[in-house]
Write a protein that binds this ligand. Structure first.
Ligand code: ADE
Length: 246
């Protein structure tokens, strides 16, 4: 998968050299490049923002550098090419649709993602409108809170998407039993020693009875989800509605 990030802080993305994603980059499974938006300015001060039309607090990112940067990354892409190989342009924004595990799974199938990190009060609206004439565009939020810019949100999305690319996580089974993969929070995990500081591992996990262990884990998932995130159980499917009421 190819990922391009446009940002005024390309150094933010240096940390992608470490851990599992670093290995994925070295092995060629993931090709991430961060591009400095200021490289697409033409004035002495490399200006990327200006005051908002209509007044108001803060600064707005100017359309020209964004237009040039995204034009270069889109190359000859046209909106007619609507398969997985077509580039998808994502702008992180608290005003976007909420990023979920389901979206991460969908995006892990794409061949080329372009992320545009806004700062200040946001990017001139015409950038989104114009890019949408050339490619699929999505505004995506990582949660109902406001960050200073899109960089941290993009890091989170790259990690969530990158680990779903086949080959990035060594044991693909470990991806299946995680929070959100089946719509529930994950069950609690334990390792040796069997007793630590007076706290014991639940005896069922030492029983060797795998059917009973599976049932216990499922019950733990449901109990935890009902208690901490009842919203996850609310009625996407009739089965879920039943579990929520149980
Ligand atoms: N930029 C600022 N806040 C954000 C958020 N919550 N999600 C995505 N991008 C953002």
């Amino acid at each position: 998968m190819r990922i391009d990030v446009v940002t005024i802080f390309p150094e933010f993305f240096d940390v992608l050299d470490i851990s599992l994603l670093g290995k994925a980059r070295q092995s060629g499974l993931l090709d991430v490049s961060a591009h400095n938006l200021r490289e697409y300015t033409h004035d002495r001060h490399r200006t990327v923002d200006d005051t908002p039309y209509g007044g108001g607090a803060g600064m707005v990112m100017k359309p020209e550098p964004w237009g040039e940067a995204i034009d270069e990354l889109l190359g000859d892409a046209t909106p007619e090419r609507a398969d997985a190989s077509a580039p998808l342009v994502i702008f992180p924004s608290p005003a976007g649709e909420v990023f979920t595990q389901k979206m991460a799974r969908e995006l892990a199938h794409r061949e080329h993602l372009i992320f545009g990190c806004g700062r200040y009060e946001g990017i001139d609206q015409r950038v989104f409108d114009h890019v949408a004439t050339r490619a699929e565009v999505r505004l995506v939020s990582i949660g109902d809170y406001v960050l200073n810019g899109g960089e941290v949100a993009v890091m989170a999305m790259i990690e969530a998407i990158g680990r779903l690319i086949p080959g990035v996580v060594g044991n693909p089974e470990s991806l299946v039993e995680e929070s959100h993969e089946d719509g529930l929070l994950e069950y609690p995990s334990y390792t040796k020693p069997a007793e630590w500081r007076g706290l014991e591992v639940p005896p069922i996990l030492l029983s060797g009875n795998h059917k009973a262990i599976d049932a216990w884990r499922r019950e733990q998932q449901l109990e935890r989800t009902r208690r901490v995130r009842p919203d996850l159980l609310r009625a996407e499917t009739p089965e879920k509605a039943e579990t929520a009421e149980a």
